[in-house]
Design a protein around this ligand. Structure first.
Ligand code: GLU
Length: 346
């Protein structure tokens, strides 16, 4: 005898179908609709267009950075699907410098939660130069931003680990997972900055006085300095950015590095202060969360689509790589990466 399906079963089937519809709809909305060929030709155009730009100057307040070859120019785009598009000097390495701040912040949010970062450090832009001491004094160590030095030093002090070695191992392991390969430290850059980082030591001690430094200030400054000296090439930066664009999963290794919720908060803080005092201009021009470092690298993230890493050491007055800014702005326009861009329905 045939059995009729009852109303409860019908409701259940409809609910399952609706769920499938919404989940696949959402996946479709996030899907990268750019082809590898489209990205490749845009990257090649950007490389050719900007390769002869000679504006800017290497950072020299860290003596070893002045020695870096200013002609290094590498571009890497890694999509959420794991396609890698590279151009130029893709094997030449520079130190991450401030770009590392993004990944320290990601570790702390992932381990302690988004509220902990907001309460223990702060997420508003200080609106001042990246190593300014005034915001600490004005706000008594509160409301620092993890993308500039005071907030980054506090963030580093929150990295999990019972001692210096454990904290450092957690950092290098996690950053390597973001990059999908074992990263190492540029020893001359580390030693050069460690010998000249009195200003960062002062920031760490002042934060300590305001009880916003959660581990020993001397060791914290040293861990931070070493993290800034981690060597990366353009592909590493592209891959690290792509892991963020892909909700915390490295699109090539498939490793879950941090949670999608962590990435939401990380990208938001990058928007507030990723390009120092020019963060507003950057967002206006590109519509992408980005982070630069005085080593000459910039990363940018098109959520759900792709990550970009560009290296070119000469910087503008604010401290951002001149060519990297040109390239990413060009790619944003050419490939429609501005995350605020909306096509009207009618
Ligand atoms: N290690 C550098 C410093 O603390 C990083 C600065 C940067 O890239 O913005 O001065």
């Amino acid at each position: 005898m045939k059995r009729r399906i009852n109303i409860t079963e019908v409701k259940f089937i409809l609910t399952v179908l609706l769920c499938i519809f919404f989940i696949s709809g959402n996946a479709f909305a996030q899907k990268n609709t750019l082809t590898k060929d489209e990205i490749t030709s845009a990257v090649k155009e950007a490389y050719d267009k900007f390769k002869n730009v000679s504006e800017g100057k290497n950072a020299d307040y860290i003596p070893a950075l002045a020695e870096v070859n200013p002609n290094i120019f590498g571009i890497s785009v890694v999509t959420a699907e794991g396609d890698v598009i590279e151009f130029g000097d893709i094997n030449d390495m520079v130190s991450m410098q401030s770009i590392e701040k993004v990944f320290a912040m990601a570790m702390v949010i992932d381990e302690m939660g988004a509220d902990a970062l907001k309460e223990k450090i702060g997420v508003d832009a200080t609106g001042m130069k990246f190593n300014a001491i005034e915001p600490i004094e004005w706000k008594k160590g509160k409301e620092m931003n993890p993308c500039v030095n005071p907030g980054a030093l506090s963030t580093t002090s929150l990295i999990r680990g019972a001692n210096y070695d454990e904290k450092w191992n957690n950092i290098i392991t996690k950053y390597s997972e973001f990059a999908g390969r074992d990263l190492t430290v540029n020893q001359p850059v580390y030693e050069s900055e460690a010998a000249t980082n009195q200003r960062n030591q002062a920031l760490a001690h002042l934060l300590f006085a305001y009880e916003r430094m959660y581990y020993d200030p001397v060791q914290t400054t040293d861990i931070y300095t070493k993290a800034c000296a981690i060597n990366v090439n353009a592909k590493d930066l592209g891959m690290m950015a792509a892991t963020l664009c892909n909700g915390g999963v490295n699109p090539v290794t498939g490793k879950t590095v941090v949670s999608p919720e962590t990435v939401e908060h990380v990208l938001a803080v990058m928007v507030t202060a990723g390009l120092y005092d020019d963060s507003g201009i950057w967002l206006y021009d590109t519509g992408m969360p980005g982070k630069s470092g005085v080593g000459g690298g910039i990363i940018a993230v098109a959520p759900g689509k792709l990550g970009i890493g560009v290296i070119s050491p000469p910087l503008d007055d604010v401290g951002n790589s001149v060519k990297a800014q040109y390239v990413i702005k060009y790619l944003s326009e050419k490939l429609g990466l501005n995350m605020y861009s909306v096509q009207p329905k009618k």
